[in-house]
Design a binder for this molecule. Structure first.
Ligand code: ZN
Length: 409
C-alpha cells in the first residue's frame, strides 16, 4: 500500500494526522512510512519538505523531519531521532513549502513561455537552495530574448490566472496540448496554468499565478547545444533585488554619486589606481637606481672591477634582482646580494665586460646555505634553508671572486 499524498489535493495543508505503517533506517537515521502524508518527497526537480512529527499521546515530544524520500510509492520520512507510538501529527514547514510552490509554479510559466515564443523546450529543472534554473534545448537565445521572456512570464503572473492540478485518464491526454506527453501511465496528474500550460507533474504549486509574485531571470549561460536559464520567483526575487539595491546604494554612497553615475565613478577610480601604480613603480625604480650608485661608489676595487656585496632584509626578490642589475650595469660593477628570511636567497650579477662565471659562484655559495643555484655566466640566482649562514656564504663568494679577478688581471 503506498502513502496517500495529501499535498496532491491541497498544497496549503500543512498539519495532518497519520499512522506509522513501517519503520526503516536511512543512512543510519530512523525513518518512518506513514499511511498518509502532506510531506513532499524529493522528486521531479523539487526538493523535499521539512517539518516535525509528534506522537499523539506525547505531544510535547517533537522529532524533526530532515529528509523525505520516495521509495516504491512510499513516502519515507527521515528523522533526527526516535519516534515512539503509532499515531502521529505531522507539521510541514510552511515557509519552505510556499517558497517551493512559488519557484515551481514560476518554472511551469517560464518553460511554457520559452516553448511558445522560441521553441526552446525545457530538458531539466533544478530548484536549488539559492537559485532555480531550467536547461533549454537551444543555445542561441539572446539577451533581448531573455528580456522578452521575462516580460511575458511576469504578464501571466500579473493576470493572476488559476492553476489547477487533477488526475486524468490516458485517453483524455490526447486532447491536451502537453509540452512533454507522458508515456505508459493509466492515470496522470496534470497541472494546468489556465489558458497557457498543461504539464504532467507531481509537485506542489500555487493556486493562482499571482501568488508567484514576480519572476526575475538572473543569468543565461550557453552549455554546448543547450542553455541554462537561472531565475528567482516571489520572496527570493524580492530579497535578491533588495540586497543588490542596498549594495549599489552603499557603493554609490561611498563615491558620493547617484546610482546612474556609479559605472563612471568606478572607471575613474580604476584609472587613478593605474596612474598611482605606474608612478609608484617609477619612484621605486629611481630609488633602486640611486641605491645602486651609492653602493657602487663605496664598492671594493679589484682591478677594473667594483665589488658590491650586501645582505638585504625586508626586500622582495624582485627588488634584489633589479638592484643587482642596476649595479652591474655600471662600469666594472659586480653585485653579490643576499636576501635574508626563512630561506636565504642569492642574486649575483656582473658587468658584461668582466669575466667570471656567476653560475658557478652562486652554486658554491648556495651549497653553504644547504641549497642550490645556477644561471648564466653574467647573472645567476640561488638560495637555501640555512639562512643563518648567509653572511658566510657571501664572504666565501667574495673571496672566490677576488681570486678569479686577480688571476685574470
Ligand atoms: Zn510542477
Amino acid at each position: 500500500m503506498s502513502t496517500e499524498r495529501l499535498y496532491y489535493d491541497d498544497p496549503t495543508l500543512l498539519s495532518f494526522e497519520a499512522r506509522v505503517v513501517a519503520r526503516r533506517q536511512s543512512e543510519g537515521r530512523p525513518a518512518v512510512v506513514l499511511d498518509r502524508s502532506a510531506f513532499y518527497p524529493t522528486s521531479g526537480g523539487q526538493p523535499h519538505d521539512t517539518g516535525t512529527l509528534r506522537p499523539l499521546d506525547e505531544p510535547a515530544r517533537r522529532v524533526a523531519v530532515v529528509d523525505v524520500l520516495e521509495q516504491d510509492g512510499d513516502v519515507v520520512h527521515v528523522l533526527d531521532g526516535g519516534l515512539p507510538g503509532e499515531a502521529v501529527r505531522g507539521q510541514v514547514d510552511g515557509q519552505r513549502r510556499f517558497d517551493h510552490m512559488q519557484q515551481h509554479t514560476g518554472q511551469h510559466i517560464l518553460s511554457q513561455v520559452c516553448s511558445e515564443r522560441y521553441q526552446a523546450e525545457t530538458v531539466s529543472f533544478h530548484l536549488g537552495a539559492d537559485y532555480c534554473s531550467i536547461d533549454l534545448d537551444r543555445s542561441n537565445l539572446t539577451a533581448e530574448d531573455v528580456v522578452a521572456i521575462e516580460e511575458r512570464a511576469n504578464a501571466i503572473i500579473f493576470e493572476d490566472r488559476p492553476v489547477r492540478a487533477r488526475f486524468v485518464q490516458e485517453h483524455e491526454l490526447a486532447h491536451m496540448p502537453l509540452r512533454k506527453p507522458p508515456l505508459g501511465y493509466d492515470r496522470v496528474r496534470i497541472v494546468e496554468v489556465e489558458g497557457l500550460d498543461w504539464s504532467p507533474c507531481g509537485g506542489t504549486h500555487c493556486a493562482r499565478t499571482g501568488q508567484v509574485g514576480h519572476i526575475r531571470l538572473i543569468q543565461l549561460e550557453r552549455r554546448g547545444k543547450e542553455s541554462r536559464l537561472s531565475f528567482l520567483c516571489g520572496w527570493r526575487a524580492l530579497r535578491d533585488a533588495r540586497w543588490k539595491h542596498d549594495l549599489l546604494r552603499e557603493l554609490a554612497g561611498r563615491f558620493t554619486v547617484g546610482l546612474p553615475d556609479l559605472p563612471d565613478a568606478v572607471a575613474r577610480l580604476a584609472e587613478a589606481e593605474e596612474t598611482a601604480r605606474k608612478g609608484l613603480e617609477r619612484a621605486r625604480q629611481d630609488l633602486l637606481h640611486y641605491e645602486a650608485q651609492e653602493r657602487y661608489a663605496q664598492a671594493e676595487r679589484v682591478g677594473p672591477a667594483r665589488l658590491v656585496s650586501a645582505v638585504l632584509n625586508e626586500r622582495s626578490l624582485d627588488e634584489l634582482r633589479l638592484l643587482a642589475r642596476e649595479i652591474a650595469a655600471l662600469p666594472g660593477g659586480v653585485a653579490l646580494l643576499g636576501l635574508g628570511g626563512e630561506t636565504a636567497r642569492l642574486c649575483f650579477v656582473r658587468h658584461e665586460d668582466l669575466s667570471g662565471d656567476m653560475g658557478a659562484l652562486v652554486r658554491q655559495a648556495a651549497a653553504v646555505l644547504g641549497g642550490r643555484g645556477g644561471g648564466r655566466p653574467q647573472e645567476a640566482q640561488g638560495g637555501g634553508p640555512d639562512a643563518g649562514r648567509l653572511e658566510e656564504a657571501l664572504e666565501e663568494a667574495l673571496a672566490g671572486l677576488r681570486d678569479l679577478l686577480t688571476k685574470d688581471g
